[in-house]
Every structure is written in structure tokens, then in C-alpha cells.
Design a protein. Sequence first.
Lengths: 478, 422
Amino acid sequence: MKSSSFLCLSHLVHNVYQSGCINYFADVTCVSLQRLLEARVYGESETFPVVNAFDSMASLNLSSAAGAGSYFAHVEQAPEDPILGITVAFNKDPSPVKVNLGVGAYRTEDGKPLVLDVVRQAEQQLISDESRNKEYLGITGITHFNRLSAQLILGSDSPAIAEKRVATAQCLSGTGSLRVGGEFLARHHSGPKIIYVPSPTWGNHFKIFPFAGLETKTYRYYDPKTKGLDYEGLLEDLRAAPKGAVVLLHACAHNPTGVDPSQEQWEGIRRVIREEKQLLPFFDSAYQGFASGSLDTDAWAVRRFVSDGGEVFAAQSYAKNMGLYGERVGALSIIVKEAGIATRVESQLKLVIRPMYSSPPTHGAAIVTRILSSKKLFDEWKVELKSMADRIISMRHELFEALKARQTPGNWEHILNQIGMFTFTGLSREQVEYMTREFHIYMTLDGRISMAGLNSQNVPQLADAMHSAVVDFPQSSK
Amino acid sequence: MAMARKSAASALAGAGKRMMSAKSGWWTHVEPAPRDPILGVTENFLKDSHPSKMNVGVGAYRNNEGKPVVLECVRKAEAKIAGSDLMEYLPMGGNVKFNDLSVQLAYGENAECLESKRVASIQALSGTGACRLLAEFQKRFQPDSQILIPVPTWANHHNIWKDAHVKAQTYRYYDPKTKGLDFSGLVEDIKNAPSGSFVLLHACAHNPTGVDPTAEQWREISAVMKKKEHFAFFDMAYQGFASGDCEKDAQAIRIFMEDGHQIGCAQSFAKNMGLYGQRIGCLSIITDDQTQAATVKTQLQLICRPMYSNPPVHGALIVQTILSNPELKQLWLQEVKGMADRIISMRHALRENLEKAGSQLSWQHITNQIGMFCYSGMTPEQVDRLTNEYHVYMTRNGRISMAGVTTKNVEYLANAIHEVTK
């Protein structure tokens, strides 16, 4: 393996994609690609030796299968998705005491998935409504759904909505909303086509934006020393960005760290973005209501940015807060300066969506529309949402107390300070692998645990595992 | 697309000046995109208040009352699955049972390629999504190849391969003189394309013309493509819906498989199960062996993940429920035949009414063509008259969606067409 200077994975992929030499996927070993993905996902900042992809693409065989069978014989096995791969490994484990703290899907105290009661009610209403049909939606989806979604994130009294400055498109959950927004930016953004994402961030951000056509860079975010926000580093990096670049912000419950800026810090960030650098903010809102238990509190940052009159992109997901994961329900809202612009922007969004999947799936959005448009269901939803958030918060307390009881070395306050579905434990890769091996705890290698997977039954086991890992590998703690 | 590119270019030119002004915003340069030619028709139809208005634009089935239909088998399936605890994320490749049932339908339950598990299959967002996945996959793993697209075709095909950055060429297909297949032109263009090209083929019920090759013609096309080592990609959006018989509608695929082609296939359940808005389809590729099929699938998943992570659960569950339950499957086969039969009877009725109205032109192509669409042969100007004077809404290429024709409005339509074409 040759050493060369660190290549941003996104830059690499982008270059490779542009040059058409996609057989990078064939010639670079899967292991090195996996490692590259991990490096980006887990925010390792040290120079990382990579195979120089272009050196290794010596003998590309781009010809078709010359009559002898498949056109795709040269295709190599793709690496497992680092996050979804955890569940694959978990499922294979025969141990009766295994714990899955990998993917961020909510679980009840009994460790079961949860279909919200309001969702069941809405579904029943849909099934029994004879007037409903299964026709194509328009390209941007259900109009009512879009209006309700914009109101949910921006506040129903938002001047931006009243002034018709919001273009909203129903998309396939958070991923789809980010991808459509990214593609739009790659085509139409008059600023630099670069998006800055926090370090670390959800791994899929590093795939979505490059494939959408944006160069992807990072800004400092997580401080491993404090296990909190690297506020000064964040501001410094934003100040170093070129004017007009795009900045991805997690609206609340940062994934994977659970570290959110305070309101004061958000204000400081906003000033740099708006007044100093005229950067374009792109919010990823996957946990509204799920983080603090309050829909309004969790949307505070987005609303603050919109209230200063500037332009904003916002991707919303209903996967977690309505438990509609597999239905793929989300929305992309683009808030612009004038109503006329919003109309034209919406028409261009359609050109991105039509050749991707024509129109979005009805079912999940129809459920959301029922819930958000009925006062009864909306109020019931807020109650169910708060109880999910409360359960998560109580798990934080239980884990913290369990570690305290074991007198596990180290400071574990961050478990209480972080918010949302995930805790960034600060455990090292080595410690995590040990916990998986010895205690059948499944989690991502960056030390992230999904609190949703915890319950009173398995908290003791996790605490035992963490205690043992810390004691047996003391030097490795970040 | 061209408009978007131009505006992007001029945007870059003025970017320096525009960028710095916090007042004017980022998007003042964004031009309005052209209306989608097909979906725009329905928009205009909805705005019209004329009592005799007709929508023969978009290809969504209507019953004889002109209403959309939720199939009985679908209602039953939904009642079974409602309230189930099945809203968790699907794997990136989608619902595996659904994928298996889908490819059985496309390739035949006893197909050798299925028994040897050498078909890579992945749940996709209906036909559009399946085509897009294939296009992206083609770009990655056969980057030098181009896609051959018939003239005419569903307009969105061009957008799909363009957005995947795959070079496209066209091949002759429709002969306006005969209102049938330009078979010699088709064969010539396929022969002249560089070896190893990907060829987009409509498996049945060609959209928009309704003109399909005969079995003998398919065999010849298969032989030519084998010689040229072309990759056959079937877009099958109307299995069962064209003739009323699922096996018959898949005959082109069967012929190619017999000849040893390792085809790709995009399936949609939008029309044949009436699941339009559920966005449920399947992309499959026949490979050498089980290992390669699994490998190809992992790479297809890498395309899905940054696009939408994993596909929606609901539509796949409906299809799975129907196809795996013998009673429901039987019911479905009856219902899809019922839809096909109604379309066929409307073709006959339209032709008869045109002849009855005294038209001197030949309208036999209406009954020769198959599937949801009839390529009438009308000019854009004639279509405009049809819309402006008679409130009949259709796309300007003269394509009539037969699904919008009923026993109540077929005479009105025939008279209107006669008036603008005589």
C-alpha cells in the first residue's frame, strides 16, 4: 500500500466519478475502502495513508463480457454499510444476551419496535376511507403534507410561510430530502458548490452530497477532551470557509455525538454564517420532538435562522418522531427571499425528482397528514413523543448511575449532557470490539450507542461491559 | 434540462457579483423549469370546468365510470397488513420476499436462472427508480457504454440516463407511415451501434405508441443483439395489463432468456396492481452465478443508500401479500385481465365510432396497438384543437391514454378526433 497525502473521501469519489473511472470500485480492495469510510465517519483527523487510487487503476478492463456471460463479472463485493452492518452482525450472533445499540431505531422498555398509537389510528382511518385511491402523487408529493411539514418545522405563525417564501417537496425521509437538496444545490447554487459537514457526522452524509455533486468538507464539531462542543474550532473553521459555501447543521440531537450548541452558541454560529461569511445553512432535522420532548424547543435553531430573513434549506424526517422508519416520509423545505423565487425553485426541484423516482410514496405521508391535521391526533402524538423522549432520558440516568455504582474510572457526565437518541461514549475502537466480543454488545466502532436500544434489563450488562473495557484498556480511552 | 444548464452557466458568469449581496438571495437567477409534458396535461385538465372535458393524458387506469380503481385484491391485502408492526427500516435491497416473487413473475417460476439463484434483485421505486438504478449501475461498471433508446419512448427515459451521466443514442422504432414498427430501421440501428451497448427495450405495450414487435421479430432482435454482444434492458411496466395474460406479456423476456442473454429488467406494479402512488417496483439483473448475483446486489445497494437509504415498506408488503397468497393472486389475475379487457374493448369502440362518424382515414392502428396507449398519428396542431375546442386533454405527440375512454365518452371523443382530422 502506497502512502500518499490524505485524500478527502468525498473529493476522491467526486474526482473518480467525474473522470468516469468508476472501476476504482473494482481495483481498490474493499478493506481499504471500508477503512476510508470509517475514517470519515469517525472523524479521524490524522493523516491517513491511502492507496493512491489512480496508481492502482492500471489495468481497467472496460470491455463488455465478450460474449462469454455477464457484463458484470468484474464487479467487486461492496463493503457493508458501517451502521446497517452492525445489525447484520447482531442478527448472526446466537447469544441470548446480545444487545443491539447500533442503528437508531426506537425500542420500548421491552426492547420491541413501537408503532405509535396515533399512527395505528391514522392507518385505520385511511383503510376505511373508501374515497381514497392509490393514484400517483404529484412530483413534489401531497400538497397538504408539505404545508403541514413546513408549519411543523418553521412554526405555524412563521412569516416566511405567510409570505409564500417556502418551497416544500415531500421526499423519501431524511436521506431523500438531503439528496434532492444537494442535487438542487449542485445545479443551481451561485456560491461555491461546497458543503461543510460537522466532524463527526452521520456517515451517509459523506455519500449523499458527493453523489449529489457537491464537494464535501468538514468543520470541527466534537471535542473529545470535553466530550462536548468544540465551539471555537467550529467558528474558526466556518470563518475559513469561502463566502457562500453551504453549511450542514444538525437541527438538534446531533448524530452521532448527542452534543448540541446552546442557544447562545447557536447565536454565535448564526452571526458568523449570516453576517461574516454569508454561508448558506442546510439543516438536517431528524429528531424534532424526539430530543427534548418539545417540538418547538427542538426547532428553535432552524426558526432562529429563518427569522433573520436569510435563506435556509431544511430536511425533515418523520422516521423517528413518528416511528415511520420504513415508510420513508420526509420533506425538503427551501426558504428564499421572495415568493416568485420559491415558485421557480419548486419547479426546478421537480426536474431533480422526476428522473430519480418520478413521485414520492403515498402511504407514510398520508398517515402524517392525518395526524398533523387533526387536533386530537396531533395532541396525542405530542404525548407519545414526549414519553419516547422521556424514556431515552431516563435510560441516560440509569446508565450513568450504573457506572457510578461500579465506580467505573472516568468522567461519565456526558451521558447526561448529551441529547437525543445517541450517546458518544468516548470509548475507543479497541474497547468497542472487546465489548462486542466478550459481552455481545453491538454498537458502531466510533463508540456511539443508541440509547433507544437500552432498557432496565440490559443497562446492567452494558455497564458491566463498559466497566470491563475501561479497566482492561485504560490507555485507549479517547 | 437544457434550460437548467444554460441558467446554471449564466449563473456562474454572474456569480461573482450576485454572491456577495446578502440582500438579493441565492436564487434570483433560477429559471422556471419547463412543465413536465405528461403531468402538465392533468394539471390543465383539472383547471378546466367544461362538462364534457376528457383526460386521456396520463397513463393511470380508469374504470368505465372514469374513476380510479383500487383493486379488490389490494384492499384485501391492505386489510390484512394494516396496523402490523412492520414499519421498521427495510434493508437497503428492500423486501426480500417481494423481490423473489417479483422476479418469479417476470422470469417464470421455474426459470433456471432463479433456481440457480443467479438473479440479483433489488426493490426499487417503481419503474422510474428501477431504471435509474440500472442507469447509475451502468455508469459505474460499464462507463464507456451507451444506452440505446427507442424513438419515441416515455420522455422520462431520456432524463433518467442523462441524470446518470450515461451517453444516449436513439434507435428507430415507430414508423409514422404504417403507424407500426419500423423493423428494418430498428435492426439496422442496433447493428450499427458499438458492440456492448445497452439497449432499452419495452417488454410489452410500448409507451407511447402501443406498437410491439411480434414473436418472430423479437427472435430476430435477440439474435442481432447476441451477435453485437449488446446488453438487453427490459422496461416492463405493463405485465398482465397489455394482453391480460402475464406469461404472454413477458414473451419477449422469455425469448431473450432462451437465447442465453443475461438481461436486466425493470418491473413496475404501478399499473398492473394499481399501486401508482406506492412507488413499488423491482430491478433485476441475470448474472453468471449465485456469488456474482450477491455481489452485484451489494453494489446496487451502494447506489440506493445515498439516494434514499432504503425503499418504502408499504407497497412491497401489499404485493408480497397478494403474490404469496393463492386466492389473492388468482383474484389479481382476474382483475388485471378485467382491466386489459376493458382497454381492448375501448379500442374497438373508438375505431368503430370513428368509422361510423364517416372518417376517410384508416384507424386500424387503434386496434393493432396494445396496452394503455394509442398513438393516434395526430399532429400537435390537431391535438391543440382537440384540447382548445373539445376540451380533450392529451399529450401533444398524439398519444391517447385509452384508460381515460369509457362507453359514455367514446363517441364524443371519436367525433372530436374526426372533426380535427378530416
